[in-house]
Design a protein around this ligand. Structure first.
Ligand SMILES: Cc1cc2nc3c(=O)[nH]c(=O)nc-3n(C[C@H](O)[C@H](O)[C@H](O)COP(=O)(O)OP(=O)(O)OC[C@H]3O[C@@H](n4cnc5c(N)ncnc54)[C@H](O)[C@@H]3O)c2cc1C
Length: 347
């Protein structure tokens, strides 16, 4: 007997997992959503809650954090249960097509007829700088972090952004008017980010609002009582430079960690799981996958893609749970949704 039971268990509370709750609920199925992070929202909440997104249909622009809030509001009428803060570590298929039992890191179990993996980039583990002196001291106090979850906290600070991808470049532009000064440290001379944003950063550097350090690496952190005061940079020519800074944000991306999924015989390779695009089913019956983690020819890993995949997966859920029922497209305008109850508590 499992501790929790539901029609559908959704692994991953990113945008795809959250919209899956709506699509499953619209078809009449109850969902439990599991995530290793303490909050819902996946990459949007963990990596860029205060950044505007411009390519969600119907929203000319919306902050990532606001999109998460709206997705949860949209799912609320179907009363999902959120089990957050613990990774899913194991999966057992029950005999006679009786579904699956999922094991959580803390020991509790979840039984569901269908499991939908919406694991995105996998378990989040930020890539950390290697060999950076005193890193642990300043990490512990928050002077060094790996994602900006509260932009306002950086107002008036001297911020070093380390990295050369979209995150570092986007934040450099975003913080230029807010922070006292922004330094960008990158080990290469060229940036792997959207051309227009790189150009915006170069313009800000030309006007003196941003200082670029390339090709340069982080060498040592300095300060007192856990408050960062300066960073030693190591340039490619072997010389060092001492830069005053109160905050270091390392934007080196996420360490791809599939976690337990690797041993579930799903053909997981390079962090993605092959699926049949017509149903979003993996090679194991009853185990579906949507969002960034689902792979098929022509896949475009964007938020809007995950939304459409949720609708396809919901259709397959009905075929698995109620095979006797004929699928019929239903319009939300005709069917409506139940009234939203008060927010469900997390467990
Ligand atoms: C800086 C940045 C900017 C971006 N901008 C855009 C944009 O403008 N437009 C756009 O469309 N896309 C954008 N993206 C991409 C977008 O964020 C992803 O496509 C989207 O988050 C994928 O959603 P998802 O639900 O599939 O997965 P995710 O958001 O990655 O969520 C997956 C969740 O699954 C959880 N998980 C994984 N494995 C387990 C496990 N074993 N147990 C428990 N939980 C687990 C993770 O903790 C995570 O919370 C951007 C990404 C980044 C990094």
């Amino acid at each position: 007997m499992a501790d929790f039971t539901s029609d559908i268990a959704i692994i991953g509370a990113g945008p795809s997992g959250l919209f899956m709750v709506f699509e499953a609920g619209f078809m009449g199925y109850q969902s439990i959503v599991l995530d290793s992070l303490p909050q819902a929202g996946g990459q949007l909440a963990a990596l860029y809650p205060e950044k505007p997104i411009y390519d969600v249909p119907g929203h000319p622009h919306i902050l990532a954090g606001d999109l998460v809030t709206k997705l949860q509001q949209q799912a609320a009428p179907y009363q999902p249960q959120y089990l957050l803060g613990e990774a899913v570590t194991d999966l057992q298929a029950l005999p006679d097509n009786a579904g699956f039992v999922l094991q959580r890191a803390g020991g509790s179990t979840v039984h569901a007829k269908v499991v939908i993996i919406a694991g995105g980039g996998g378990l989040f583990a930020p890539r950390k700088p290697v060999g950076l002196l005193n890193l642990a001291t300043f990490e512990a106090t928050g002077s060094v972090c790996y994602a900006i979850t509260n932009k306002a906290a950086l107002a008036g600070q001297t911020v070093i952004l380390a990295g050369g991808g979209d995150s570092a470049v986007d934040w450099a532009v975003e913080l230029a008017g807010l922070a006292a000064h922004v330094h960008v440290v990158h080990r290469r001379s060229d940036f792997r980010a959207a051309e227009a944003t790189v150009q915006a950063m170069l313009n800000l550097a030309a006007s003196g609002q941003i200082t670029l350090h390339t090709p340069t690496e982080l060498q040592a952190l300095h300060g007192a009582n856990g408050q960062l005061e300066a960073v030693t940079l190591l340039k490619a020519d072997g010389t060092t430079q001492h830069v005053a800074a109160t905050s270091l944000v390392c934007c080196f991306g996420l360490q791809p960690q599939a976690g337990a999924l690797e041993s579930w015989d799903l053909g997981l390779e390079r962090g993605v799981i092959p699926v049949d695009f017509a149903t979003m089913q993996t090679r194991r019956p009853g185990l579906l996958c949507i969002g960034d983690m689902a792979s098929y020819e022509g896949k475009v890993p964007l938020i809007l893609t995950g939304f459409a995949e949720a609708a396809i997966a919901a259709k397959k859920c009905q075929a698995i749970i109620n095979p006797e029922k004929k699928y019929k497209v239903q319009y939300s305008t005709s069917k409506g949704v139940p009234a939203a109850p008060p927010a469900a508590p997390s467990a």
